[in-house]
Design a binder for this molecule. Structure first.
Ligand code: IFM
Length: 479
């Protein structure tokens, strides 16, 4: 018996596979086992993502907790409760992440924990965040930290939070404290997670805890104030930690006119797309805000970002005039739709999102991407097809530097409670038991190999082989 191995770079239609040959001679039998790989760069960040309220447990001081208790729409077993018990034991999940081969992880700081009352900072809470961040470093996991991920301290809500310009000073003060205490451990910051999702869900729907006033006008003003907060936080971080990289996690769905709905819907989809996907980035780049979010220049906003974070999940269809349901759920017969009608699986939308932000000439991180899929029947192929889009972008030299899968472990999914499960690791919120899903095992192989191989596809989602490694692949020959 004899083994020989070789590497060959194989190019075709803008793809660049690395073929890994392994020939086995055994008497008169010769077989060529050919593995093709989509290889990722050696410094690529393979991450997972989570947020404070969704995993920490007992975040009793914020507007979400209050809303969960009061609203009546959350039965107790659907409330955040102990969540994933991260406040007590983040380390156990970080062990699992490290074992998976993840080298980056996204968390958020819960403002209501570190500043439970205005200008009263809780040193113990800050010390716990320090422990968690150190635990990441000890496991070779680079932290990315968001300062705001949907929740607000109750005292801030009572003062009108983003509806009032005073929030900018509060946000700056909070940022300065967090950076002074934790900045040495955090190379990458996000000021906000999904500001436009926040605007839509908090101001235009009743899916999020109510602000002082719902509606378009208060919502536009809140976005304007969030941009001000962002600029203030950016410069506060940079003043104290010039080397830190600061960005925003921007949710970027594809918007299209619903099939068969005509020209007006196409026009409307473009308007919604600008409003949702483009306006925030444009403002961060130019420093200018356009109607309906205000007009004029925001001080220190121009150029206030070092990278762009893309959160990508799905494509949305819209119709004009918009009905009660802003997003049309007429997916079409062939669409693959995830649990609870969350959205259609539409991988090429991730490539489109990456492509459209190239013009900003900044590094790009996929700061979230995932699918609610309790049974794990979609997630392995979701992972493979979406990573193919990331790899495709990288092969065109687009600067995609990392990918953070949402999420490491099943966690509290906001207005959907525990009905939607995004974890690579399954978790039972009642018993806190965890179990690695198949998709977790697949991600582990990918992270450890820095590649998606034909062999992985053959084992985890064989029906995707012709699509991901199409006919121009050498055949497996056996005599
Ligand atoms: O769980 C959320 C996260 O908080 C923000 N982005 C989308 C995820 C899945 O819905």
């Amino acid at each position: 018996m004899m083994w020989c191995e070789g590497l060959e770079v194989f190019e075709g239609f803008g793809r660049c596979y690395v073929l890994d040959f392994c020939c086995v001679f055994w008497r008169y039998r010769v077989s060529f086992v050919v593995k093709a790989k989509m290889i990722f760069p050696p410094d690529f960040l393979w991450g997972t993502a989570m947020s404070a309220h969704q995993v920490e447990g007992n975040n009793k001081n914020n507007d979400w907790w209050t809303w969960e208790q009061d609203n009546g729409r959350f039965p107790p077993h659907q409330q955040s409760g102990l969540a994933c018990n991260w406040w007590q034991n983040a380390e156990a999940d970080l062990d699992r992440a490290a074992e998976m081969g993840v080298n980056a992880h996204r968390i958020s700081i819960e403002w209501s924990r570190v500043e439970p009352e205005p200008s009263v900072f809780d040193q113990e809470a800050l010390a716990r965040y320090r422990q968690i961040l150190l635990a990441m470093h000890e496991r070779g996991i680079e932290p990315m930290v968001a300062l705001h991920h949907f929740t607000n301290p109750m005292w801030l809500v009572e003062k009108g939070d983003f509806g009032s310009e005073i929030v900018v000073d509060y946000f700056q003060r909070y940022t300065a404290k967090v950076v002074a205490e934790l900045g040495d451990l955090v190379p990458k910051w996000l000021t906000f997670n999904e500001p436009m999702v926040y605007f839509f869900l908090r101001y235009l729907s009743d899916d999020f805890p109510a602000p002082a006033q719902r509606g378009l006008r208060p919502g536009f003003m809140a976005v304007n104030n969030m941009l001000r907060c962002h600029a203030a936080a950016y410069h506060t971080i940079k003043a104290s930690r010039p080397d830190a990289q600061v960005g925003v996690a921007k949710n970027m769905p594809v918007f299209q006119g619903a099939p068969g709905s005509g020209q007006l819907s196409k026009w409307w989809a473009k308007r919604v797309d600008w409003l949702f996907n483009e306006s925030w980035l444009e403002s961060m780049e130019t420093g200018k805000v356009k109607r309906p979010f205000g007009s004029g220049v925001i001080k220190n906003l121009a150029g206030s970002y070092d990278f762009i974070g893309i959160n990508y999940y799905t494509r949305f269809y819209v119709k004009f005039p918009p009905g009660k349901e802003f997003i049309s759920r007429d997916w079409g017969e062939d669409a693959v739709v995830s649990d609870g009608d969350y959205g259609e699986v539409y991988p090429s939308g991730l490539y489109q999102a990456i492509k459209r932000v190239i013009k900003y000439n900044k590094p790009i991180y996929i700061t979230e991407n995932g699918v609610p899929d309790q049974a794990d029947s979609l997630r392995p192929s979701f992972l493979l097809t979406h990573l193919r889009e990331v790899w495709r972008a990288i092969s065109f030299c687009f600067p995609v530097m990392g990918y953070y899968h949402w999420s490491l472990v099943d966690n509290f999914e906001w207005d959907r409670g525990w009905t939607q499960r995004f974890g690579l690791i399954e978790m039972n919120p009642e018993t806190q038991e965890r179990m690695m899903r198949d998709s977790g095992r697949l991600y582990q192989e990918i992270c450890q190999d820095y590649a998606v191989s034909s062999d992985m596809v053959a084992r985890y989602a064989p029906s995707l082989l012709p699509e991901l490694f199409p006919g121009d692949m050498p055949k497996i020959v056996t005599k």
